[in-house]
Design a protein around this ligand. Structure first.
Ligand code: SF4
Ligand code: SF4
Ligand code: FES
Length: 210
């Protein structure tokens, strides 16, 4: 059933039960997002950038986990939403090895795009910088994995599983969380088939071609 939704004053018609993030993006209503994956059943909702306000809910919700309903009213730009997104963005950057000028993803990076669209600085000094200083894995003949640039969006894990390989996964918990191979094995020694789907989905310079 097609339903009508009001997003930031714009009326859109979309299938009832569709995902709010993609419904908005498909209708040129921008919601920042890093970990959103179109069509998956249980979105990880880890980046916390896609907060929106929905009429009948008292607290902001993540658009990537919200389904649209007929008559739904959604706000994208309230002061509370902007504050929440900025905090999430600054936290993401707090342990990011920021060096755009020398980065392979410079000018093609989703963090830069989000910063520009949200009028935010990449090098905000609000939170103390925590250097990860993790070893870069360049063992693979085709691509490099630099965990110091990883924003833990999980897209590579999902892409690797979708290909039926499952070489990449989350390891450890909390602030220690990283993306890793089994037991931290070098990529060249894993079952990686070099499909390069992980590189294609990585929004930053954590996975990049040699
Ligand atoms: S990944 Fe993006 S934000 Fe990070 S250093 Fe590279 S270009 Fe800059
Ligand atoms: S390596 Fe890239 S795709 Fe994988 S979690 Fe990190 S930022 Fe996301
Ligand atoms: S896209 Fe919704 S939390 Fe990341």
């Amino acid at each position: 059933m097609v339903c009508t939704v009001l997003i930031e004053g714009k009326e859109i018609r979309v299938n009832s039960g569709a995902n709010l993030l993609w419904a908005a993006l498909d209708n040129e209503l921008y919601i920042p997002n890093l970990c959103g994956i179109r069509g998956i059943e249980k979105p990880p909702a880890s980046c916390r950038l896609c907060f929106v306000e929905v009429d009948e809910k008292s607290e902001p919700v993540t658009a990537c986990t919200e389904k649209v309903r007929d008559g739904m009213i959604v706000r994208l730009e309230s002061p509370k939403i902007i504050r929440l997104r900025k905090t999430a963005f600054d936290l993401l950057l707090s342990d990011h090895n920021l060096d755009c000028a020398h980065c392979v993803k410079n000018k093609k990076c989703e963090l830069q795009n989000i910063a520009q669209r949200m009028h935010l600085k990449l090098n905000d000094k609000r939170y103390k910088k925590i250097g990860k200083n993790l070893p870069v894995d360049s063992s693979h003949p085709n691509f490099v994995f630099d965990p110091n640039k990883c924003v833990l969006c999980g897209k590579c894990v999902w892409a690797c599983r979708r290909e039926g390989i499952g070489v990449l996964d989350f390891a450890y918990r909390g602030i220690q969380t990283i993306i890793s191979t089994f037991a931290g094995m070098p990529l060249a020694e894993t079952n990686c088939t070099a499909c390069l789907e992980c590189v294609k989905v990585c929004p930053v310079a954590a996975l990049y071609m040699k």
